[in-house]
Design a binder for this molecule. Sequence first.
Ligand code: SF4
Length: 346
Amino acid sequence: TNLWGDDDDDLLLFHAVADGVGEEPTGQGECGRFPGKDADTQLVPLEKFRHGYLWVSDFGQQMWCEQKVFYTFTLPTVVEEDVKMMKGTGLHLARELAAHETVPVNITSSEDIWAVKILNLLATIQNFLNGGLLAREIPVFGAPFSEDVFMVGIIDELRFDPESYTIDLSELKTRTTKSNPSKCQQKQHEVQAMLYKKLFDDLVKGVTSKELVARHLKLDLGRPLGESIRQHVDKHGLSAVSLDGLMDHIFGMIQGLTCISQLFVEYVFQDTHETLSHNEIQYCESDLEGQFKHYLQFWRSQRLAEGVEIEEAWKCQKCEFASVCDWRKRKGEEYAMKNMEKNRLG
Ligand code: SF4
């Protein structure tokens, strides 16, 4: 396990973990047959595929095609770390390193892993409270809309304006072609940015408590933090020896900030790093809540996975599961039947 942060300054970057708790997952899992409860264990997809909490990016992928998300977990797939993906990751990293440096931190427990996330959040709060204007790769978490499902995400960029006392969020998306994405992809990115705002704002409003975090992540709040983490806690001028004290400090401090004002998605051409567009998003909490609850039904086994409708069948053309997809086959048959009926009626 390696964590990287800044020895002299104040930002830590969560770099890698051995048990998969801290990195965004790839989605691959064991083979299954049906998107309901597992026949043997009675586990719902949330427990079976995601160990009880979700990533914000899970919802973006669901918006693209939920059936594909299900196949990604249950059928063998090949993870392709191709040149395009590496370029995109490299651009994110370059921007992050332009905002702060990193140092290694030794991790000894799950509590340490989450302490690093919380220290990274602390660095952002202290930065803004001390007059800083920019922060990147900011961890956020919580259980939005009182649904008792824990979510984790990493905001690409926050900008603080001390004069107006506002914070704006920007989500970076890299493009392999020199054009903006389809409306459908833009919608995915917008929902992702809105969920980040919701999680951040809930922290600012005190909706997210340390008890909630501990319960969902099965953390022991009183467990002493590892030596390496304690040193970094000291550097921040705090005296906490466990997550309990650390979260008291940080949750108290973040309530001194303000909720996110404006949301943007920036599209950047990855070959030249040229910004293609920087679009403002209108936040609508009721829309977000409706979509959030709909997508949660899949994770809770309250309904089967849904694939794409016929109008978006173009998505299937590049899908690696197209040859085995039951949804696509069924929709194709329905479409053919409708056409035959139409022709018969003249
Ligand atoms: Fe979704 Fe189409 Fe892929 Fe099926 S083939 S999983 S409907 S994108």
